[in-house]
Design a protein around this ligand. Structure first.
Ligand code: ZN
Length: 217
Protein backbone atom coordinates (compact mmCIF):
# COMPACT_ATOMS: atom_id res chain seq x y z
CA UNK A 1 0.00 0.00 0.00
CA UNK A 2 1.30 3.40 -0.92
CA UNK A 3 0.80 6.44 1.23
CA UNK A 4 -0.68 9.60 -0.23
CA UNK A 5 2.10 12.19 -0.45
CA UNK A 6 1.39 15.04 1.98
CA UNK A 7 1.28 17.65 -0.79
CA UNK A 8 -1.64 15.80 -2.42
CA UNK A 9 -3.79 16.02 0.72
CA UNK A 10 -6.52 18.63 0.99
CA UNK A 11 -5.88 21.74 3.07
CA UNK A 12 -9.63 22.24 3.62
CA UNK A 13 -10.17 22.75 7.39
CA UNK A 14 -13.68 21.26 7.02
CA UNK A 15 -12.35 17.99 5.54
CA UNK A 16 -12.66 16.04 8.84
CA UNK A 17 -16.33 16.99 9.09
CA UNK A 18 -16.92 16.18 5.43
CA UNK A 19 -15.27 12.77 5.80
CA UNK A 20 -17.29 12.06 8.95
CA UNK A 21 -20.55 12.96 7.18
CA UNK A 22 -19.70 10.69 4.25
CA UNK A 23 -19.09 7.86 6.74
CA UNK A 24 -22.37 8.53 8.58
CA UNK A 25 -24.25 8.51 5.27
CA UNK A 26 -22.55 5.29 4.16
CA UNK A 27 -23.91 3.33 7.13
CA UNK A 28 -27.45 4.29 6.10
CA UNK A 29 -27.12 1.64 3.40
CA UNK A 30 -29.03 1.63 0.14
CA UNK A 31 -30.79 4.76 -1.00
CA UNK A 32 -29.82 8.34 -1.69
CA UNK A 33 -28.99 10.46 1.32
CA UNK A 34 -27.61 13.92 1.93
CA UNK A 35 -26.92 16.52 4.59
CA UNK A 36 -25.51 20.03 4.63
CA UNK A 37 -22.64 21.50 6.63
CA UNK A 38 -23.23 25.23 7.13
CA UNK A 39 -20.32 27.40 8.30
CA UNK A 40 -20.48 31.12 9.07
CA UNK A 41 -17.06 32.79 8.87
CA UNK A 42 -15.42 29.36 8.73
CA UNK A 43 -16.73 28.29 12.14
CA UNK A 44 -16.31 24.55 12.72
CA UNK A 45 -17.87 24.20 16.18
CA UNK A 46 -21.25 23.07 14.83
CA UNK A 47 -22.79 24.60 17.94
CA UNK A 48 -25.95 25.43 15.93
CA UNK A 49 -25.29 29.15 16.43
CA UNK A 50 -22.24 29.77 14.24
CA UNK A 51 -22.31 26.59 12.21
CA UNK A 52 -24.86 23.86 11.65
CA UNK A 53 -24.96 20.25 10.54
CA UNK A 54 -28.40 19.33 9.21
CA UNK A 55 -29.92 15.92 9.89
CA UNK A 56 -29.24 13.33 7.18
CA UNK A 57 -32.24 13.24 4.85
CA UNK A 58 -33.35 10.48 2.53
CA UNK A 59 -35.66 10.70 -0.47
CA UNK A 60 -39.25 11.69 0.30
CA UNK A 61 -38.15 13.64 3.36
CA UNK A 62 -39.82 16.77 2.06
CA UNK A 63 -42.49 17.48 -0.52
CA UNK A 64 -43.34 20.85 -1.96
CA UNK A 65 -41.00 23.26 -0.30
CA UNK A 66 -38.94 26.32 -1.15
CA UNK A 67 -36.59 24.31 -3.37
CA UNK A 68 -38.98 21.89 -5.06
CA UNK A 69 -38.92 23.88 -8.36
CA UNK A 70 -42.40 22.43 -8.81
CA UNK A 71 -44.45 25.05 -6.98
CA UNK A 72 -45.84 27.18 -9.79
CA UNK A 73 -47.46 29.49 -7.23
CA UNK A 74 -44.03 30.71 -6.26
CA UNK A 75 -43.13 33.37 -8.84
CA UNK A 76 -39.65 33.00 -10.27
CA UNK A 77 -38.89 29.88 -8.22
CA UNK A 78 -40.27 27.30 -10.62
CA UNK A 79 -38.55 24.97 -13.07
CA UNK A 80 -39.11 27.42 -15.96
CA UNK A 81 -35.83 28.48 -17.52
CA UNK A 82 -33.88 26.10 -15.27
CA UNK A 83 -34.76 22.48 -16.13
CA UNK A 84 -37.48 20.52 -17.94
CA UNK A 85 -40.77 20.20 -16.15
CA UNK A 86 -40.37 16.40 -16.11
CA UNK A 87 -36.89 16.76 -14.69
CA UNK A 88 -38.13 18.99 -11.85
CA UNK A 89 -41.15 16.83 -11.07
CA UNK A 90 -39.36 13.50 -10.96
CA UNK A 91 -36.79 14.87 -8.48
CA UNK A 92 -38.99 17.09 -6.32
CA UNK A 93 -38.80 14.72 -3.36
CA UNK A 94 -35.07 14.11 -3.57
CA UNK A 95 -33.14 14.36 -0.31
CA UNK A 96 -31.55 17.65 -1.40
CA UNK A 97 -34.95 19.38 -1.45
CA UNK A 98 -35.40 18.68 2.26
CA UNK A 99 -31.77 19.48 3.10
CA UNK A 100 -31.82 22.85 1.32
CA UNK A 101 -35.08 23.76 3.07
CA UNK A 102 -33.62 22.80 6.47
CA UNK A 103 -30.48 24.83 5.72
CA UNK A 104 -32.45 27.86 4.56
CA UNK A 105 -34.66 27.74 7.67
CA UNK A 106 -31.59 27.74 9.95
CA UNK A 107 -29.93 30.59 8.06
CA UNK A 108 -33.09 32.68 7.92
CA UNK A 109 -33.72 32.27 11.66
CA UNK A 110 -30.16 33.21 12.68
CA UNK A 111 -29.11 35.62 9.95
CA UNK A 112 -29.64 38.75 12.07
CA UNK A 113 -27.23 37.37 14.71
CA UNK A 114 -24.35 36.95 12.23
CA UNK A 115 -21.69 39.70 12.21
CA UNK A 116 -21.87 42.37 9.49
CA UNK A 117 -20.08 41.23 6.36
CA UNK A 118 -20.24 37.57 7.38
CA UNK A 119 -19.23 34.93 4.88
CA UNK A 120 -21.13 31.68 4.53
CA UNK A 121 -20.05 28.30 3.21
CA UNK A 122 -22.52 25.47 2.64
CA UNK A 123 -21.29 21.99 1.72
CA UNK A 124 -24.02 19.60 0.61
CA UNK A 125 -22.69 16.09 1.23
CA UNK A 126 -24.31 13.04 -0.37
CA UNK A 127 -23.60 9.46 -1.42
CA UNK A 128 -24.31 10.36 -5.04
CA UNK A 129 -23.82 13.61 -6.94
CA UNK A 130 -26.86 15.85 -7.42
CA UNK A 131 -29.16 15.05 -10.37
CA UNK A 132 -29.88 17.61 -13.08
CA UNK A 133 -32.90 18.95 -11.14
CA UNK A 134 -30.97 19.24 -7.88
CA UNK A 135 -28.10 21.05 -9.61
CA UNK A 136 -30.64 23.73 -10.54
CA UNK A 137 -31.87 23.73 -6.92
CA UNK A 138 -28.33 24.28 -5.62
CA UNK A 139 -27.97 27.21 -8.02
CA UNK A 140 -31.28 28.71 -6.83
CA UNK A 141 -30.17 28.24 -3.22
CA UNK A 142 -26.86 29.97 -3.96
CA UNK A 143 -28.73 32.92 -5.46
CA UNK A 144 -30.84 33.13 -2.29
CA UNK A 145 -27.68 33.26 -0.17
CA UNK A 146 -26.14 35.94 -2.38
CA UNK A 147 -29.30 37.97 -1.84
CA UNK A 148 -28.80 37.66 1.91
CA UNK A 149 -25.00 37.86 2.31
CA UNK A 150 -23.87 39.63 -0.87
CA UNK A 151 -21.84 38.44 -3.85
CA UNK A 152 -18.36 37.27 -2.94
CA UNK A 153 -19.48 36.17 0.53
CA UNK A 154 -21.11 32.89 -0.46
CA UNK A 155 -19.64 29.47 -1.23
CA UNK A 156 -21.94 26.54 -2.06
CA UNK A 157 -20.29 23.20 -2.72
CA UNK A 158 -21.39 19.69 -3.58
CA UNK A 159 -19.48 16.69 -2.18
CA UNK A 160 -20.08 12.99 -2.97
CA UNK A 161 -18.05 9.80 -3.04
CA UNK A 162 -19.25 7.69 -5.95
CA UNK A 163 -16.57 5.89 -7.95
CA UNK A 164 -17.28 7.94 -11.07
CA UNK A 165 -17.16 11.73 -11.11
CA UNK A 166 -20.53 11.83 -12.88
CA UNK A 167 -22.96 9.44 -14.57
CA UNK A 168 -25.91 9.90 -16.90
CA UNK A 169 -29.06 7.81 -16.72
CA UNK A 170 -31.99 7.74 -19.10
CA UNK A 171 -35.37 7.10 -17.59
CA UNK A 172 -37.24 6.04 -20.72
CA UNK A 173 -41.00 6.09 -20.78
CA UNK A 174 -41.02 5.96 -17.04
CA UNK A 175 -42.10 9.47 -16.38
CA UNK A 176 -45.80 10.12 -16.86
CA UNK A 177 -47.08 13.68 -16.75
CA UNK A 178 -50.23 13.43 -14.70
CA UNK A 179 -51.72 16.55 -16.28
CA UNK A 180 -51.34 15.58 -19.93
CA UNK A 181 -51.08 11.80 -19.58
CA UNK A 182 -48.02 11.73 -21.82
CA UNK A 183 -44.83 9.83 -21.08
CA UNK A 184 -41.38 11.13 -21.83
CA UNK A 185 -37.76 10.10 -21.76
CA UNK A 186 -35.87 11.92 -19.07
CA UNK A 187 -32.10 11.97 -19.03
CA UNK A 188 -30.43 13.05 -15.83
CA UNK A 189 -26.80 13.37 -14.85
CA UNK A 190 -25.68 12.70 -11.28
CA UNK A 191 -22.57 14.57 -10.23
CA UNK A 192 -20.52 17.25 -11.95
CA UNK A 193 -18.30 16.84 -14.95
CA UNK A 194 -15.70 19.26 -13.56
CA UNK A 195 -15.52 18.19 -9.95
CA UNK A 196 -12.10 17.88 -8.31
CA UNK A 197 -10.91 15.05 -6.11
CA UNK A 198 -10.08 15.90 -2.51
CA UNK A 199 -8.08 13.54 -0.32
CA UNK A 200 -8.07 13.67 3.46
CA UNK A 201 -5.94 11.59 5.82
CA UNK A 202 -7.76 10.99 9.13
CA UNK A 203 -5.33 10.89 12.07
CA UNK A 204 -4.32 7.36 13.05
CA UNK A 205 -6.33 5.80 10.21
CA UNK A 206 -4.58 3.39 7.83
CA UNK A 207 -6.16 4.82 4.70
CA UNK A 208 -6.98 8.22 3.34
CA UNK A 209 -10.51 9.26 2.31
CA UNK A 210 -11.18 10.67 -1.15
CA UNK A 211 -14.27 12.44 -2.43
CA UNK A 212 -15.46 14.66 -5.27
CA UNK A 213 -15.97 18.35 -4.64
CA UNK A 214 -17.61 20.89 -6.92
CA UNK A 215 -18.13 24.59 -6.23
CA UNK A 216 -21.51 25.73 -7.53
CA UNK A 217 -21.64 28.93 -9.60
ZN1 ZN B 1 -31.91 15.17 -7.29
Amino acid sequence: MTETPPEALTSDPAAPQIAQSLAEIRVKGRGLFSRALVMVNGDLSFDEEHSYRTPIAGARSGGTTRYSLAESKDDGRGYQGRVDKAQARMSKQDSEVAVLQETWDWIEALHSSFPDGAHIRVVVVGNIGPCTGCKARLELFRQDLIGLFGAGRVIVESVYDTKQMFMTKNYEEKYEDYETGTTSTVSTTYGYEFATVETYQPPNAPQSVSYWLYQVG
